[in-house]
Design a protein around this ligand. Structure first.
Ligand code: ARG
Length: 435
């Protein structure tokens, strides 16, 4: 559409801003709309002003509640104070549990064997919400506040540009090389409050867990200080008596805790509290970021650790060994795709189909013992169990016919024996030649 540029002065709530407004030949104003993922923190607050001023854009902010337990009402208030065109607050906690966390449980998702991908999982959901809003608002550009060093930039860029190929995706902190000092200077100049108390850690949380980075934690040789943790008590401060918890699964999904049926979100919140107060769920490991950096990561994921342990245990009771061993490979691939920002890759959908089918029989109960930071599965049962006490016991009179075992071993070890027989005779020959 043909437009001409006109520089206008206008007042917004904060102060007078010089802004270029595009006006079409029909007289309709054409200020571009940018949708920004907004947390309420310094980085994204600076971005609001920056985009308003440098890009002459209408900034639409979005905060998505995935259970991060932050002051999201405060974020909304801030966004409006900074003169955003519109602010969206989306409570996506239930959707996060049923469409993202459930799949992670079914996939036994632990990145590098340790990390329950609590931050990772929320990114494609936030991106999806941004795209929905951008489409409704007719926005041209999607903006996130990631730097160029982490994994989140990869997740946002790929998901946003895949779901909205007609829109631009920008990450100003990375793309325009904004440094922390420049941000602080700019914030001060624009009246954006900068908290004087330097934050000890960088935190990112969802209902699936809390990630703690930076500050003292960057010295990978040192134990995280007590202040790093909020969801879990130190094991030595946990109750002196063990606590038992029984989780019931139906087709791979947790449905009740200690016999009480619970809604998906409530169930996870309950387990976060229950495991957290027993000091269960702390994780400290060296993690490989996609961009190649090794990073010391500290997490507290009480519910995730309990549910993943229980689920994996139950699978082993109801699945054939062929399923168990094959699924381990599928699970490893699944968690890598999720971590690596490829949530919307068709391979993930393909694996999801396999994983969903594999959960048909994953129904039953798992009993766990939580005690001063330790977590142990201490019992499990299922109406679909392949474990048969009568077969497994060492009593001679069971339905397992031991007389078949000899023949089975004969065939099972055939090639191994043949190989070793050849080796043996070759050795003998060399020995004979020596003597
Ligand atoms: N390393 C984790 C991931 O990439 C968590 C990152 C947490 N971010 C933070 N700002 N603390 O999923």
């Amino acid at each position: 559409m043909l437009c001409y540029k006109k520089v206008v002065m206008f007042k917004n709530a904060v102060r007078e801003v010089r802004r270029i407004i595009y006006i079409s030949i029909t007289g309709e104003t054409m200020t571009e709309k940018f949708v920004l993922a907004y947390s309420g923190g310094l980085d994204t607050s600076v971005l609001i002003k920056y985009l308003q001023e440098k890009c002459d854009a209408h900034v639409i902010t979005v905060t998505v509640d995935v259970g991060q337990q932050e002051d999201l009402a405060g974020a909304a208030e801030k966004a409006n104070r900074f003169g955003v065109y519109k602010h969206y607050h989306i409570d996506a906690k239930d959707e996060f549990v049923t469409d993202y966390i459930y799949q992670a449980i079914k996939a036994n998702a632990l990145y590098e064997g340790k990390y329950p991908i609590s931050t990772t999982l929320s990114r494609p959901l936030i991106a999806k919400k941004m795209v929905e809003i951008a489409q409704n608002e007719g926005a041209t550009t999607l903006v996130h506040g990631c730097t160029g060093r982490g994994n989140d930039q990869v997740r946002f860029d790929i998901t946003l540009s895949s779901l909205a190929p007609d829109k631009k995706v920008i990450a100003p902190v990375r793309d325009w090389g904004l440094t922390r000092d420049e941000e602080i200077e700019y914030a001060k100049a624009k009246g954006i409050p900068v908290s004087t108390a330097a934050k000890m850690f960088s935190i990112d949380a969802s209902v699936w867990g809390r990630a703690i980075e930076c500050g003292l934690l960057e010295d990978a040789s040192q134990e995280p200080p007590a202040e790093a943790y909020e969801w879990t008590v130190a094991p030595q401060e946990a109750p002196d008596m063990p606590e038992y918890v029984t989780i019931q699964f139906e087709k791979g999904i947790p449905v009740s805790v200690n016999g009480e049926k619970m809604k998906p979100l409530a169930l996870i919140e309950k387990l976060n509290k229950l495991a957290g107060k027993n000091g269960v769920g702390r994780i400290d490991h060296i993690e490989d970021r996609l961009v190649g950096i090794k990073s010391r990561e500290v997490y507290e994921c009480p519910a995730a650790v309990v549910l993943l342990e229980a689920h994996k245990d139950l699978e082993k009771m109801v699945m054939t060994r062929h399923e168990v061993l094959f699924k381990q490979q599928v699970d490893a691939k699944w968690v890598f795709l999720a971590y690596a920002g490829l949530w919307v890759d068709p391979l993930k959908d393909d694996l999801d189909a396999f994983i969903d089918r594999s959960q048909e029989n994953v129904t039953g109960e798992v009993r766990l013992k939580l005690y001063k930071g330790s977590l142990q599965v201490v019992g499990r049962s299922s109406p679909l169990s392949l474990y048969d006490k009568n077969l497994a016991n060492y009593n001679i009179k069971t339905s397992f016919n031991q007389s078949y075992s000899h023949g089975f071993i004969e065939l099972w070890g055939l090639q191994t024996r043949m190989y070793n027989a050849l080796k043996y005779s070759a050795q003998k020959q060399t020995e004979n030649q020596k003597t």
